[in-house]
Design a protein. Structure first.
Length: 387
């Protein structure tokens, strides 16, 4: 496995920015995604695991076609995600779904689009097993009761969690008819030691259960940017496969696309308020919802921590809290200056909205050869028809 090259090439993005006349604009750098997928291909080759891309991170069809060439399938969280996965992947890979709230009509359709389903509770398994038995590989989502996420809002194993059957209860359940176990208990982790600790805990409680299973899905929640950690992941999977006769799946989402995404914006106004310079952008936290949702401060390509000029970057909606934070620059900003948010490839586009009637950014893919392809441009008709 080769060392990772630089994750982001700012020059590529700046050159692409020069070719985009209208902002705001999302840009996905395909080269970054392919780099991550190549590293995961090494993990697959060295461990025998299977790689699934978690569609919820970014369901853009132009990206999915590229990703599909490198993975063994897609993981979905809803019927619609299953349907787009089937359109893209056709017969060349498997589709896995898990959701905490499946409706009967959804399940009837999922039977025709997915290959694997992991029920979130024993109740849903009992309710729907007559619809899926013999048609899908059936599993159960496990709550390993092992927390690592620092923010409770992201923690799948938080107290009174809605996600999965707790490991302490599962050992006593009748699992006849189930072929697999799905677990996912981390978020934005850089250390696969936490996965190793989780599996030690699960095997201690459920070793005999795993002996009767055909597959184990380890979920996602880990970054893919460290060669040493990926070697650790290979070792974890190899130990599992040596101990149990299992197919092992992993399903990264943000780990693949997060650092590939950029939002290009322009300054539309600058003025002083209470002694602070305010720079209003032609974008909004509506376009980067996790900034407001989780008080996340996004990084930008042009910032210089020790720069002479400081501005509070603000969005253009009527929301007073539509703010990105205070940033410093080497050069004074002016109307028309470009600001490029980075590491916004996951969850931002799919959550973006038209609050205030502010149009969504265009969506572009920067191909490996630096060709820029506009995937989507939104219009007034999109706003009007949405409501």
């Amino acid at each position: 496995m080769n060392s990772f090259p630089e994750k982001i090439n700012p020059d590529r993005i700046m050159r692409a920015s020069d070719n985009i006349s209208q902002t705001p604009a999302f840009v996905y750098d395909e080269a970054v995604i392919i780099n991550k997928l190549a590293a995961l291909s090494d993990v697959r080759n060295n461990s025998g695991c299977k790689i699934l891309y978690s569609i919820k991170a970014a369901p853009l069809s132009g990206l999915l076609h590229t990703i599909a060439e490198y993975v063994d399938g897609f993981s979905a969280s809803s019927l619609f995600e299953c349907q787009i996965a089937r359109e893209i992947i056709r017969g060349n890979g498997s589709i896995h779904i898990t959701s905490p709230g499946l409706r009967e009509d959804d399940v009837k359709s999922i039977v025709n689009t997915a290959d694997y389903i992991s029920f979130n509770s024993m109740s849903q398994w009992q309710q729907y097993k007559g619809l899926v038995n013999g048609k899908l590989d059936c599993g159960l989502r496990l709550n390993p009761e092992k927390s690592f996420a620092r923010d409770e809002r992201y923690d799948p194993c938080r107290k009174y969690s809605k996600l999965g059957v707790t490991v302490s209860l599962l050992a006593n359940e009748n699992l006849e008819g189930l072929q697999g176990i799905h677990l996912h208990n981390n978020c934005e982790s850089k250390d696969f030691t936490e996965l190793e600790q989780t599996l030690e805990h699960v095997c201690q409680f459920l070793g005999s259960v795993l002996e009767d299973m055909q597959w184990l899905n380890l979920g996602g929640g880990y970054f893919i940017d460290d060669t040493e950690q990926l070697h650790k992941l290979e070792n974890i999977i190899n130990k599992l496969k040596d101990k149990y006769t299992l197919d092992v799946f992993i399903e990264p989402g943000k780990g693949i696309v997060g650092s590939s995404g950029f939002l290009l914006t322009s300054v539309v106004d600058i003025f002083e308020s209470g002694g602070k310079q305010i720079a209003v952008l032609d974008t909004s936290v509506n376009h980067l919802p996790e900034v407001f949702e989780y008080q996340y401060r996004p990084h930008i390509l042009q910032e210089t921590p020790e720069g002479q000029y400081e501005y509070r970057l603000a969005g253009c909606s009527c929301l007073s809290g539509d703010l990105f934070g205070d940033y410093r620059f080497d050069q004074a900003l002016k109307i028309g200056s470009r600001i490029t948010f980075k590491n916004v490839g996951a969850y931002m586009l799919v959550k973006a909205n038209m609050f205030n009637g502010i149009n969504l950014p265009t969506v572009n893919i920067l191909k490996s050869d630096e060709t820029l392809v506009m995937e989507k441009e939104f219009t007034y008709e999109d706003f009007r028809e949405k409501y």
